[in-house]
Design a protein around this ligand. Structure first.
Ligand code: SAM
Length: 212
């Protein structure tokens, strides 16, 4: 994502009650944040938060946590929440490399990865959020029957991501190379900011849903 630095974004994020600060301290206790025992779903690298905000709006009986590395981007998601507050959505500003420090075994029901950064150089492959390294992290806190859903228009990244599944103990439940033309997988699809941009350019969107 091209990052426009917004002066004061870090302070605004640090002061926001919509952001869980020191999320490691909430490990194992996320249901207390929402004060109910509804399932918890997370989006890693949520960007400006359009997708997760709409998901939370449509599904009030599911709790959502949006994770984003940069304050200037997360700030946009906070502004959406100020305009349309929701009780079932909170945010974390962090690098997902440390994600196992934040969630406990079986604590998360579903993980969404949307238009994750491709890190095209081979030597950076471990940084891809769909790499075997990340899948092994997810394995530590995803419910036994939980799933990971990944969308991208980047065919190289998608092929790489499919190739990482088996070694990390995951298998594909559903795959499409053209989501918007797939009658079954496109049902209820919520477009992300990147998805709108790239599908408007004519790029087909790939998607997988995987489980262990
Ligand atoms: N998911 C959004 C969408 O589909 O419109 C944004 C996609 S954007 C290409 C990728 C986002 O992931 C950026 O906002 C970036 O800052 C965030 N990101 C990348 N690596 C991350 C990491 N390791 N931890 C947290 N966020 C990350």
């Amino acid at each position: 994502m091209r990052l426009k630095n917004i002066p004061g974004a870090r302070d605004m994020v640090a002061e926001s009650s919509l952001v869980i600060h020191e999320p490691e301290k909430t490990k194992g206790n996320w249901q207390e944040v929402f004060q109910n025992n509804h399932p918890i779903r997370i989006e890693i690298g949520m960007g400006k938060g359009k997708f997760i905000h709409e998901m939370a709006e449509r599904n009030p009986d599911i709790n959502y946590i949006g994770i984003e590395k940069y304050s200037s981007v997360l700030l946009r998601a906070l502004q959406k929440m100020e305009a349309a507050p929701l009780p079932n959505l909170v945010f974390i500003r962090m690098d997902a490399e440390d994600i196992e420090k934040v969630f406990d075994r079986e604590e998360v029901d579903r993980i969404y990865l949307n238009f994750s950064d491709p890190w095209p150089k081979d030597r950076h492959a471990k940084r891809r959020l769909t790499s075997g390294e990340f899948l092994k992290r997810y394995d530590r806190f995803l419910k036994r029957d939980g799933v990971v859903e990944f969308k991208t228009d980047n065919r190289d990244l998608f092929d790489f991501s499919l190739g990482e599944l088996e070694g990390a103990g995951f298998e594909a439940l559903q795959i499409t190379y053209d989501l918007h033309q797939d009658g079954e997988m496109s049902q209820g699809n919520i477009m992300t900011e990147y998805e709108e941009r790239f599908s408007n350019m004519g790029n087909p969107i790939c998607k997988y849903i995987v489980k262990r």
